[in-house]
Design a protein around this ligand. Structure first.
Ligand SMILES: [Zn+2]
Length: 279
């Protein structure tokens, strides 16, 4: 038990989580249900403005020179959702520099962005997308506005993921789908050396993240919030809604991709995982 006082697990309610790693600024605990969570910390809130997107070296590289790769990845993620739901308007929560919005446009979907950052909202606005300021717990849209919601590396940034999932459910239509990409608590570096790994360290993601999930714990949370997790944790290798040539190519390499996924999974090489859940 930690010295921070009573705390209970968001997922299972247990109060006996054990300390995973402890820094002067913050403490991470691990519950027997598999959920990893941060106890209250004394760090200032993270500002998600332009600096967040462009000032860090690795982030600049990701956002400014890997655009095409990121748009392709987003396209494949949206296609994963479209294996399970009918096409329809898409909302990207945490739309950043618009890679998902651009991919949705390529696929012929109407795409809207929401972000807590003024920088992201004006950036996506300049790309021609309707984009609004909002948080995942408070989305500025009427009930049932969207068929697809996408949340990539966003849910781990809130202390109140249940409120976020309820709010997203509100703006989704019945039969709509939610796509989540999120860090994998079982990633080998996080398991072998939590004190040394950036997931937990206060100067890296330890500052901005509150929970670390596995496919199992996130599926449990989604079910508790009335979603139906229909696909996880790896990408689909075959997509329904692509042209014949692209699907033939997917089918040809599917066995190799499945084998690669199984190997990566067995070796805990997945730093993130993907979930599609329907409403
Ligand atoms: Zn628990």
């Amino acid at each position: 038990m930690s010295e921070e006082g009573a705390h209970s697990c968001l997922l299972c309610g247990a109060t006996d989580a054990t300390v995973l790693c402890e820094f002067p600024e913050l403490t991470w605990v691990s519950c027997r249900c598999g959920l990893i969570y941060k106890l209250s910390d004394a760090l200032p809130a993270v500002e998600y403005e332009e600096d967040y997107f462009v000032s860090r070296k690795n982030v600049r590289r990701q956002y400014n020179t890997r655009n095409q790769r990121r748009i392709r990845k987003s396209r494949s993620q949206i296609l994963d959702v479209l294996n399970h739901v009918e096409p329809g308007p898409l909302l990207d929560i945490g739309c950043a520099h618009g890679h998902t919005l651009l991919a949705a446009r390529e696929l012929g979907l109407s795409a809207t962005g929401v972000d807590i950052s003024d920088h992201a909202v004006s950036f996506c606005g300049e790309l021609g997308f309707e984009t609004k300021i909002g948080t995942m717990e408070r989305l500025p849209f009427p009930d049932g506005s969207f068929q697809i919601a996408v949340m990539k590396h966003v849910l781990e940034h809130t202390r109140t993921p249940r409120e976020a999932l309820r709010e997203i459910r509100r703006v989704l239509r019945p039969g709509g789908g939610l796509f989540i990409a999120i860090p994998h608590a079982g990633y080998w570096k996080a398991r072998i050396d939590p004190m040394g790994y950036r997931f937990f360290r206060p100067e890296f993601h330890g500052r901005e993240h509150y929970f670390y999930y596995t496919p199992r714990t996130l599926a449990r949370l989604l079910k508790q919030e009335s979603y139906d997790p229909v696909h996880l944790p790896h990408p689909h290798v075959i997509h329904r809604r692509v042209g014949a040539a692209e699907r033939a190519a997917e089918i040809a390499i599917a066995p190799f991709r499945v084998a690669a996924q199984q190997t990566r999974s067995a070796l805990s090489l997945y730093k993130e995982f993907w979930v599609v859940a329907t409403r």
